[in-house]
Design a protein around this ligand. Structure first.
Ligand code: NAG
Ligand code: NAG
Ligand code: NAG
Ligand code: NAG
Ligand code: NAG
Ligand code: NAG
Ligand code: NAG
Ligand code: NAG
Ligand code: NAG
Length: 649
């Protein structure tokens, strides 16, 4: 029942942690308002989205300053009790913002042809729902219990907040607590192409994120992502907000950004709704939880016992997606595994795209030659939809390769729990593609096909990634940041987490700019080989000659409370995960299953994710995601849940 419980609280910033006035008498909502409806916290936008025109004898003094309202749009020519109850169950099923408390006041908007009428049974039905005012558009036949009203600007259906005194309507946002510390800052559109941080928190210890009603949005061909709630790794600039890069000094030093970068702008233009900035390993480089996370606390991975590392560097986007049903997708970056590692540790769909998939201006760089931006999702259908809308210039292949490249030494033995899950998936992929795996050995294939003066792949590429990232970020971020900071702080140096600091230092001590140029050459040698003689050849019909698969995570634990030695250098060596990085090709991680472990935290059996990677030729991102989406449709891959288990029993 709609027991009425609307407490209005002023949200002036100064008022907000202290005593909270219970009465708010100014009709305009300068900063918006924090409200509670049936014990659930909401935020009402500060800018009115429309205004009611009501009859002159409407007596607003019987209402509080702000009341919940539902705009119901229907084309039923007779509005019956049954129609009402079906609409309520439809709204409840599709939207987590709407609830019965919003039926306190209602506006019926007829969108069919001709005129409509409200059946006499509806009056009592509304009363039973706690309703005290039904307004109706002029297409409804007048009735004593209906107040004629008109919206100055038409609105989509859904829950809103209404000020009877002024007639103004405000959007309704539900406030969710960020209990996993996945976000760095909640964001709201400022209505003028930029963003503001949300001036609201439900508790002092945890901040909140505000999400708008899903009922406001209907996807169209121009806006295929309409209403999709997205969180953004805090290395991407959003107009109106500061960018932290996971560093407090950096956040404080630079003003709010005056531009939203082109990659995010494409998502926003496609209809995605940005709800906040999310946690990142400092400067998307390398921090191990939790000792290295000095400036910000490491987001929490909900899988297993809840005390496993979330993976990095896109830790916040990964943790948020694995934790919160109310978040639809999250955007991160991948230079050396920063999408795939959180995807693997948290059992999500997570991709590293081909380099150049989207323009990365206005994004904090780790290495310009290697940086990419990817999407986290909990199901392949959403993942695919976002990639199709977001990435530029890729061709949409729907015929799949017949070659499945399989390096035996990469895979765990099929008689281990993780190995068995992966082997089962590989067999299903073989069947789906109508092929058998082709056993490959990259090292020996390299020796056979590479010119003799080129050394073994493990020596050519051992330090390539380490040099490229440590030298580029030192030049493009550290040098200007130190200078800007010193200028403002009397020559002082800003605090840098141990991870990035050790890596920058290592790069300068191991060849600096000279080594960088050599690393670019080595990378180019590998890329050319991969595309012409390796396993990344293009194909006219199927985009890629084949698909190279390898296991990503095998259900390993990585406890947050483990001690480890201090960071000294970037990661070295060549492995499967480096193929996409150095060849610029797509690498898509998908959830496979989960395996049990005995938790030293909970002292119970818990489960960690097993995931597998699909790698294809450069530019074949959409082919691979189409394949993965088709395998989800066929039941071979399954959407994952939020929380401790990907696949709760
Ligand atoms: C409006 O409603 C209030 C409270 O119900 C009542 O006291 C007042 O007399 C009403 N005013 C008019 C003009 O009907
Ligand atoms: C409720 O949703 C169903 C399924 O989308 C739809 O067919 C039906 O028309 C909706 N009912 C009303 C009254 O809008
Ligand atoms: C935006 O900020 C950048 C960097 O601070 C500055 O160079 C540029 O002129 C600004 N642009 C506008 C339109 O204010
Ligand atoms: C996509 O192609 C257009 C036209 O050639 C080009 O202007 C644009 O930069 C390309 N986008 C990316 C991300 O490379
Ligand atoms: C693949 O590796 C397993 C060990 O994981 C080994 O037992 C098996 O013989 C290898 N198969 C081939 C074809 O090399
Ligand atoms: C792959 O080839 C290398 C080089 O020839 C060889 O040393 C290695 O044992 C091979 N790996 C497997 C699993 O056969
Ligand atoms: C990779 O480089 C590191 C650091 O220079 C070195 O210690 C290691 O032996 C190298 N490994 C290989 C396989 O060359
Ligand atoms: C580049 O490759 C050479 C071998 O040709 C190797 O000695 C060198 O360490 C590599 N350097 C980098 C930075 O990748
Ligand atoms: C957990 O511990 C029990 C008791 O030592 C053992 O029997 C069981 O195999 C362990 N389970 C896992 C998943 O390691």
């Amino acid at each position: 029942m709609a027991a009425r419980n609307v407490g209005s609280r002023l949200l002036g910033l100064s008022a907000f942690f202290f005593s909270i006035p219970t009465v708010f008498s100014t009709p305009t909502l300068d900063n918006g308002k924090l409200l509670s409806v049936n014990g659930i916290d909401y935020y009402s936008g500060g800018d009115a989205v429309s205004t009611f025109i009501t009859s002159a004898n409407f007596n607003s003094t019987q209402f509080e300053d702000v009341v919940p309202i539902t705009v119901i749009r229907t084309d039923q020519s007779v509005f019956t009790k049954e129609v009402l109850s079906e609409i309520i169950s439809n709204y409840s099923a599709t939207d987590d913002v709407f609830q019965s408390g919003f039926l306190e006041t209602v506006f019926l908007r007829y969108e069919g042809h001709g005129r409509s009428q409200v059946d006499s049974t509806v009056k009592q039905a509304f009363k039973d729902l706690g309703n005290s005012l039904v307004m109706a558009s002029s297409a409804y036949r007048p009735e004593a219990h209906l107040m004629p009203a008109k919206l100055r600007r038409d609105l989509p259906k859904g829950p809103y907040f209404y000020s009877p005194k002024t007639g103004e309507l405000y959007q309704a946002f539900r406030l969710y607590s960020d209990h996993q510390l996945a976000f760095t800052e909640a964001a709201l559109s400022d209505g003028a192409g930029g963003f503001t941080s949300l001036p609201a928190a439900v508790s002092v210890s945890k901040s909140s994120v505000a999400v708008p009603s899903r009922l406001y949005y209907t996807p169209t061909s121009e806006k295929p992502l309409a209403g999709l709630r997205v969180g953004i790794k805090d290395i991407f600039d959003l107009k109106g907000l500061r960018t932290s890069g996971g560093n407090r000094a950096y956040y404080d030093l630079y003003p709010p950004r005056n531009t939203t970068g082109p990659a995010l702008q494409r998502l926003i233009d496609a209809g995605a709704v940005v709800v906040g900035k999310m946690g990142t390993v400092q400067f998307a480089n390398g921090d191990n939880p939790t000792a290295d996370w000095v400036d910000f606390h490491c987001p929490f991975n909900p899988r297993g016992d809840g005390y496993q590392a979330p993976g990095g560097s896109s830790s916040g986007p990964g943790a948020g997606m694995a934790s919160y049903d109310w978040l639809d997708i999250a955007i991160g970056s991948d230079t050396g595994g920063s999408m795939r590692s959180p995807g693997g540790m948290q059992g999500l769909f997570a991709n590293r795209p081909s380099t150049g998939a989207v323009n990365l201006d206005n994004v904090i760089p780790l290495c310009h030659a290697l940086d990419t931006a990817g999407v986290f999702a909990r199901n392949a259908a959403t993942w695919s939809k976002v990639m199709h809308a977001w990435y530029e210039n890729f061709t949409d292949y729907t015929e799949y390769p017949k070659k499945l490249f399989y390096q035996n030494s990469s895979f765990p033995s099929a008689d281990t729990p993780a190995g068995a899950l992966i082997e089962d998936l590989v067999r299903k992929v073989e069947k789906f593609l109508g092929t058998k795996r082709e056993l490959v050995n990259i090292t020996s294939h390299w020796e056979k096909t590479q010119s003799p003066e080129i050394p073994a792949i493990s020596s050519l590429l051992n330090t390539t990634y380490a040099i490229l990232t440590s030298v580029d970020q030192y030049r493009s971020l550290s040098v200007p940041f130190y200078a800007d900071y010193a200028e403002k702080h009397d020559g002082r140096r800003p605090f840098i987490n141990p991870g990035p600091l050790a890596r920058w230092t290592w790069g300068q001590n191991n060849g600096g700019n000279v080594a960088y140029d050599e690393a670019i050459q080595n990378k180019t040698i590998f890329k050319n080989w991969w595309e012409t003689k390796g396993y990344g050849k293009a194909d006219e019909r199927t985009c890629s000659e084949g698909i190279y698969i390898y296991p990503y995570t095998k259900g390993e634990t990585q406890y947050r409370n483990a001690y480890f030695s201090a960071p000294t250098a970037p990661p070295m060596g060549f492995s499967d995960g480096r193929i996409a990085v150095l060849a610029g090709v797509p690498d898509l991680v998908v959830p496979v299953g989960e395996i049990p472990y005995n938790s030293t935290v909970s002292l119970k059996t818990e489960y960690m994710p097993v995931t597998m990677s699909f790698v294809a030729a450069r530019g074949c991102d959409l082919m691979v995601v189409n394949l993965i989406e088709d395998m989800e449709k066929a039941g071979i891959l399954k959407p994952v849940s939020t929380g401790p288990r990907m696949y709760p029993e």
